[in-house]
Design a binder for this molecule. Structure first.
Ligand SMILES: NC(=O)c1ccc[n+]([C@@H]2O[C@H](COP(=O)([O-])OP(=O)(O)OC[C@H]3O[C@@H](n4cnc5c(N)ncnc54)[C@H](OP(=O)(O)O)[C@@H]3O)[C@@H](O)[C@H]2O)c1
Length: 291
């Protein structure tokens, strides 16, 4: 029994995973580009995560590019049977570190094969289609063409389950008419709550919601309320932010990112932090203050 067992489980595709997982994006170099500054430290983060009971890792071949997948393979292959690796396609990287939409049939097919090769897998458990209609957040536009490509790759046996990322409710409804959607990965945290209604709708349908930037992303969350609650509970602000997400809805699966073993251990310990109701009421007001 590890600490993170206390986070509970939820179904991702047809696998049960612990609700506290790990996001590998922070392992690449600055700007999610190039190699990490400390290769061995990056391997240590991945190995510590799995040794600590993490069974859900989020990645993409466009992190680096290729870097995080190659690190995951070096650190963890051959993979434990219970490890679920989730990746995403829909973008490629420019030489200037930019994120370029990559939605043609050729680009999506190449991306899936790149993920398979760099992760050392024959089939990927979950592939998220990362929508790129806007770089700033979800924006409307039909996903029929790219999702049809992923559904074809799923029929070929290269992908077990399909998810959507950076998607609106309209796009998720459209997507569910084309393929079975296992999860939705959008930006959401204590201070950024655009998806409140969507999360509850997905929970009713048994679909996992995986917030990216659960700690605020490149600029971790800062809030006096968060700090005050953390001090009272003898926890850290990041642990409180994660415990709040675990409490928010049963279908939320966490993938906090870090390049540090110390931060990883701190984040995983959030699984045993129980927030009293009065703390939750205070934390629920943070988004309104931040808006
Ligand atoms: N679908 C998408 O479009 C999308 C977009 C972004 C991210 N993602 C996925 O979501 C995962 C999570 O997002 P994220 O990693 O960008 O952001 P995050 O989890 O919100 O936060 C990561 C940042 O917080 C810092 N941090 C982590 N733990 C900490 C702690 N205990 N104390 C202080 N600082 C801490 C990290 O720095 P240190 O390295 O120094 O700990 C890093 O700067 C990613 O790894 C990626 O897999 C998906």
């Amino acid at each position: 029994m590890s600490i993170i067992d206390q986070s509970g489980t939820f179904t991702l595709g047809d696998r049960s995973v612990k609700r506290l997982g790990y996001g590998a994006m922070q392992l690449a170099g600055p700007g999610v580009f190039g190699p990490p500054k400390d290769h061995d430290a990056a391997l240590a983060v991945l190995r510590t995560a799995v040794e600590s009971g993490v069974d859900h890792i989020d990645t993409s071949d466009f992190y680096g590019p290729h870097v995080t997948n190659q690190l995951i393979r070096e650190a963890l292959h051959p993979y434990r049977d219970d490890l679920v690796i989730v990746t995403k396609v829909g973008a490629r990287r420019g030489e200037d570190k930019s994120w370029i939409p990559a939605f043609s049939r050729e680009e999506l097919t190449k991306a899936v094969h790149d993920n398979l090769r760099n992760l050392g897998l024959d089939v990927i458990e979950v592939v998220n289609l990362r929508l790129m209609f806007s770089v700033y957040g979800p924006a409307e536009g039909s996903l029929e063409a790219p999702l049809t490509v992923l559904a074809d790759l799923q029929r070929q046996g290269l992908i077990r389950h399909i998810g959507l990322s950076n998607a609106t409710a309209t796009q998720i409804a459209e997507g569910r008419g084309i393929a079975k959607i296992a999860c939705v990965q959008n930006q959401y945290n204590l201070a950024h709550r655009d998806d409140d209604v969507l999360i509850d709708d997905l929970a009713r349908d048994g679909i996992a919601y995986v917030p990216f930037f659960p700690l605020g992303g490149f600029s971790p969350l800062q809030s006096s309320t968060l700090s005050d609650v953390a001090t009272r509970l003898n926890a850290t602000p990041m642990q409180v932010a994660l415990a709040w997400l675990l409490r928010r809805a049963p279908n939320i699966l966490l993938i906090p990112g870090t390049s540090s073993v110390g931060h990883l251990r701190e984040n995983l310990a959030a699984a045993e932090l129980v927030l009293p109701d009065d703390a939750v009421s205070e934390l629920d007001k943070v988004a309104a203050i931040a808006a």
